[in-house]
Design a protein around this ligand. Structure first.
Ligand SMILES: Cc1cc2nc3c(=O)[nH]c(=O)nc-3n(C[C@H](O)[C@H](O)[C@H](O)COP(=O)(O)O)c2cc1C
Length: 256
């Protein structure tokens, strides 16, 4: 059996899945392994919603901006920050919960993400393919309605899982020296930024990406502009920040 590092070095996001089923026994063993992730104070303030039902997937589909993985993957997992269960336990045991604040949301969101990533590694180590969907935080309010999440629960990320039906090229990573700082943060000179992003910018797929987005409508002349002007625009970020803050308020995390 391959070790974890060699699995991680070869891994890549999979967005196309075969029709082969992911059995409950396998799914449960992946979830059991994933739930061994570290959590804050071992409070385990997260929940995972498993979606297999086709009708439910159809409801989720537009909320994830029609990304086809939602209807094509056999299993969808929505990882949620969840203080609802822990609060109920506290109240039942005459303990006063103080978790209606932003810090507690962060605590629960961090727990949910660690578990999500550990589940992904467990799934990939079984040969399954996974894809995260960042649309979850954009559309949290509608996902809360669809998955019937009570107060104290906020969806953080979604992962689609299935047997791979594609074998895409691995995408790039920045060089390790661009990411690692020894002892204290070493801020980036222009030269270092040039050096660290050069390989990414010179890749064939990056160049094509810029060309495709250099038309009358967008006029992108650099890869960075594809990010700032098209993929992750300020106007969208501001809009979705506002809607997410409202969700946190509605779900009871902004009472401080
Ligand atoms: C938080 C998060 C959100 C993501 N959202 C999406 C998404 O909505 N759609 C998608 O196709 N991929 C999504 N991805 C996958 C990334 O695009 C992918 O991980 C990245 O391009 C690197 O590719 P790799 O995982 O194959 O190395 C997301 C990944 C993360 C971690």
């Amino acid at each position: 059996m391959a070790n974890i590092s060699s699995i991680l070095l070869k891994r890549k996001t999979i967005r196309k899945y075969s029709s082969k089923i992911v059995g409950n026994e396998l799914l449960n063993s992946i979830l059991t392994a994933g739930c061994r992730a570290s959590t804050t104070g071992n409070m385990q303030v997260y929940s995972i919603i498993v979606t297999r039902d086709e009708a439910k997937k159809k409801e989720l589909f537009p909320l994830h901006f029609n990304q086809k993985m939602i209807t094509e993957a056999p299993v969808i997992l929505t990882f949620c920050a969840d203080f609802n269960r822990f609060n109920k336990w506290c109240i039942l045991r005459k303990a006063e919960p103080g978790y209606d604040n932003f810090l507690s949301f962060m605590t629960a969101a961090i727990d949910a993400l660690f578990v999500a990533q550990t589940v992904c590694i467990a799934a990939e180590s079984e040969g399954l393919g996974i894809c995260y969907l960042g649309t979850t935080t954009y559309m949290a309010s509608k996902i809360i309605e669809t998955l019937k999440l009570p107060k104290g629960v906020v969806p953080i990320t979604t992962v689609t899982i299935g047997w791979p039906d594609e074998n895409p090229e691995q995408v790039d990573r920045l060089p390790l020296e661009a990411i690692i700082h020894n002892e204290t943060y070493c801020d980036y000179s222009h030269d270092k930024i040039e050096q660290y992003y050069k390989e990414k910018e010179n890749r064939e797929d990056s160049r094509r990406y810029v060309e495709e987005n250099n038309d009358e409508m967008h006029n992108c002349t650099s890869l960075a502009q594809v990010f700032t002007d098209i993929r992750y625009k300020k106007a969208d970020n501001v809009y979705f920040s506002k809607t997410l803050l409202k969700v946190l308020k509605d779900q009871g995390f902004m009472e401080q």
